[in-house]
Design a protein around this ligand. Structure first.
Ligand SMILES: *Cc1c(COP(=O)(O)O)cnc(C)c1O
Length: 454
């Protein structure tokens, strides 16, 4: 049984050398993405104006293990392997027989799991001779991760930051600028998509879908620039599997194995990252691990969305992908887990959820912040509001174990720290935060405008 450690450190030399590609093992392969202008399945050339070929190949690959380049491993070593932590004080507080572990991705330079893919993407773009990357960011975590990675590889970086976060989280913008990036509030006047949105509604708070349109337009219109996406796409989830692969080694060190694996789910990258290696064991070795995605009630993509072809952005510039979606013109309310405000989801996770291999649940933000405070006051770490969705689910399952007496092993991903989210914590502590559930009528209205393809 588990030893007495709190923090389970993997020696650097045991860091995984390959990423795991779930496309090799999916019982139902995902439906192909479609070209937005022809409606035909996407060809590698269709993406070549915004992505380097190495990433396009990973996007479409069905090879199971993909080698991590040495330069990427070298950069990962700035903060990896990350600790797996046994949350003994949380267990004690909950009086649960469950063993709770969390993987702490908040220790990265940018404070979240996102540098795992940012570093890989910057590397492959540099190799391809690209000079500049454009991207969007919601809450600012992705923008700061990419800005950090670009500074490591000597690339320029331009970030379109959703306006609600640009106003709410000025320090995230400062961090991106420290790393040398140029940051615009989206919608901006830099792009046609941004100008059109401002004309329609000058007071719009923006959305991730709209910021994506701006960043894609920027990259497509300049030959020295590529686009970089922080979630949703297959190659992003691939790079994130280092999280789950490290966890597996760490569990071996303490002779334990999770019954439940939990992560919050926006575009799905930290969920896929921790979950896919365990899903491999489930698909190939018949393990009965429950793998649970947690999302906000205010943006309930998996739990209330429709599984169908939709665009990834508001301006309909991106490929059309088969996924759970709330509709590409869905404008999520300004909840405080900014990283979870996206209308769609990863096509890989959507297919796996559709096939019943992973579960999903949704929580309202007050209960999420309640869990965040319990965690901060027992374990000492301040969690990101996004990650706190996973904490809520872990606590609920640990409390069920208290009822049934089952000593389950629960693993959740602490996808990031909450040091830039203190204004949201202030609001919660002052009793002014409100719950929000997205109205069913609005979901139906947005679904009605889905593209007629597929
Ligand atoms: C971006 C982000 C998320 C959500 O993105 P996924 O792709 O779903 O992982 C969750 N947690 C943190 C800390 C983030 O920065």
């Amino acid at each position: 049984m588990a030893s007495k450690e709190y923090r389970i450190y993997l020696p650097e030399r045991k860091m995984p050398r390959h990423w795991y590609n779930i496309q090799a093992d999916m019982p139902t392969p995902m439906q192909p993405p479609l070209n937005p202008s022809t409606g035909e399945p996407l060809k590698p050339e269709d993406l070549a104006s915004i992505f380097p070929m190495a990433l396009i190949e990973q996007e479409m690959s069905t090879e199971r293990w993909i080698e991590i380049p040495e330069e990427v491993l070298e950069t990962y070593r700035l903060w990896r392997p990350t600790p797996l932590v046994r949350a003994r004080r949380l267990e004690e507080y909950l009086q649960t027989p469950a063993r709770i572990y969390y993987k702490n991705e908040g220790v990265s330079p940018a404070g979240s799991h996102k540098p795992n893919t940012a570093v890989a993407q910057a590397y492959y773009n540099k190799q391809a001779g690209v000079k500049r990357l454009s991207t969007e960011t919601g809450a600012g975590q992705w923008g700061s991760a990419l800005a950090m990675a670009c500074s490591q590889f000597g690339l320029e970086c331009t970030v379109y930051m959703v306006k609600v976060s640009y106003n709410q989280k000025p320090y995230r913008r400062s961090l991106m600028e420290v790393y040398g990036a140029q940051v615009f509030a989206s919608p901006s006047t830099q792009t046609a998509a941004g100008r059109k949105a401002l004309e329609k509604n000058p007071d719009t708070l923006g959305s991730l879908g709209l910021a994506i349109s701006e960043a894609v337009e920027d990259a497509a219109s300049r030959s020295d620039t590529n686009y970089s996406l922080g979630s949703v796409l297959n190659h992003v989830l691939l790079h994130q599997t280092i999280i789950g692969l490290e966890c597996q080694e760490q569990f071996k060190m303490v002779e334990d194995y999770p019954d439940v694996v939990i992560a919050c789910c926006g575009g799905g990258s930290n969920f896929g990252g921790i979950g896919f290696p365990f899903l491999y064991d489930k698909i190939r070795e018949g393990k009965e691990t429950r793998i649970i995605a947690v999302e906000p009630e205010a943006c309930p993509t998996l739990t209330k969305g429709t599984f169908t072809y939709d665009y990834g952005d508001v301006a309909a510039l991106t490929p059309i992908i088969n996924m759970y979606t709330l509709g590409h013109d869905f404008e999520p309310p300004g909840i405080h887990a900014g990283g979870l405000r996206y209308h769609g989801g990863s096509p890989l996770i959507s297919q796996l959820y559709h096939d019943g291999l992973v579960e999903a649940r949704a929580y309202k933000q007050l209960s999420v912040f309640e869990a965040a405070l319990i965690f901060a006051r027992t374990e000492g770490n301040l969690p990101a509001p996004e990650s706190s969705h996973a904490i809520r689910a872990a606590i609920d399952i640990a409390l069920e174990c208290r009822e049934t007496g089952e000593p389950k092993t629960i693993l959740f991903n602490l996808s990031g720290h909450g040091h830039y989210d203190l204004s949201a914590y202030d609001l919660y502590l002052s009793g002014k935060m409100e719950d929000y559930e997205y109205p069913q009528e609005l979901i139906e209205k947005s679904i009605a405008s889905l593209p007629k393809f597929g």
